[in-house]
Ligand binder design. Structure first.
Ligand SMILES: *Cc1c(COP(=O)(O)O)cnc(C)c1O
Length: 252
């Protein structure tokens, strides 16, 4: 199955991804509205992001703060929602809060604290981040997810499973973050069926954390599934899928 790269191709790719997602929902008795497609745009230039917007996409994921900053500046005329899906360095926390409406990749107490401290008060209702919430006068609570490294891969970011509950409890006490769920990048397998047990483990971990009834913690989001395995992820309960290649073609 070839993934094209022209304007028409982006439109067709988005349609195909949506069809596959909807089929996975039907197979697992879920509604398509339960799953949000986040288009991953690392290495993708702003013109192509604009095409993806024209094809109906509104949510975009970037791994790096600086790369997102440049692209967002080129696309301020569009109402895009940016998601941070890559490892965050503490010295980028302020910049990250300016750009991203969701952070999927919180994986330490330190980064959670830095994100919490990096709040700018909303000066006036006309500022961009206040735009969706004109009544806002205090800090906006930023929805975040904990990235878990279930494969225990040394090269991957994410907190180990055994430490996730403690981090959840910590984030629940932070005034400006809103813990909404978990995120996973499983080890890579050519056969997406091999990812299934990782996806179901993430779902179970979210249940365990939910059942601890921590104040300020509501685990209703699972960010899991990429171009080659998002259907399996949807069958296992994904609510946010992060898809790059299947929309934009292979990265250089
Ligand atoms: C690049 C990336 C994706 C998208 O990967 P594709 O295989 O291109 O769909 C999803 N999640 C994260 C964290 C990524 O870095």
């Amino acid at each position: 199955m070839e993934t094209g790269t022209g304007t028409m191709a982006i439109r067709q790719n988005v349609a195909r991804v949506r069809e596959r997602m909807e089929a996975a929902c039907r197979r697992s008795g879920r509604r398509p509205e339960e799953v949000l497609l986040v288009a991953v745009t690392k290495t993708v230039p702003p013109e192509r992001i604009r095409e993806a917007y024209e094809a109906g996409l509104r949510h975009f994921g970037e791994n790096r703060v600086q790369e997102a900053q440049t692209k967002r500046a080129a696309l301020t005329d569009l109402p895009l929602t940016w998601h941070l899906i890559g490892h965050l360095q503490t010295n980028k926390a302020k910049a990250a809060r300016d750009i991203f409406r969701w952070v999927h990749s919180v994986d330490s107490l330190r980064i959670a604290d830095k994100l919490d401290q990096a709040v700018e008060r909303i000066a006036s209702p006309s500022t961009e981040r206040g735009a969706g919430n004109p009544e806002a006068t205090g800090p906006i609570r930023l929805p975040v997810l904990i990235e878990v490294n279930l494969g225990e891969e040394a090269t991957k970011s994410g907190i180990e499973e055994a430490a996730a509950l403690e981090l959840a409890s910590h984030i629940g006490r932070l005034a400006t973050l809103e813990l909404r769920g978990l995120m996973l990048v499983p080890p890579y397998f050519d056969d997406p069926e091999k990812s299934r047990s990782y996806f179901s483990r993430l779902r179970e971990l979210a249940k365990v954390i939910n059942s601890a009834s921590l104040p300020g913690v509501r685990m209703d989001e699972l960010s899991m599934g990429m171009s080659h395995d998002f259907e399996v992820a949807v069958e296992e309960g994904a609510t946010l899928i992060r898809v790059g290649t299947a929309i934009f073609g292979l990265r250089a």
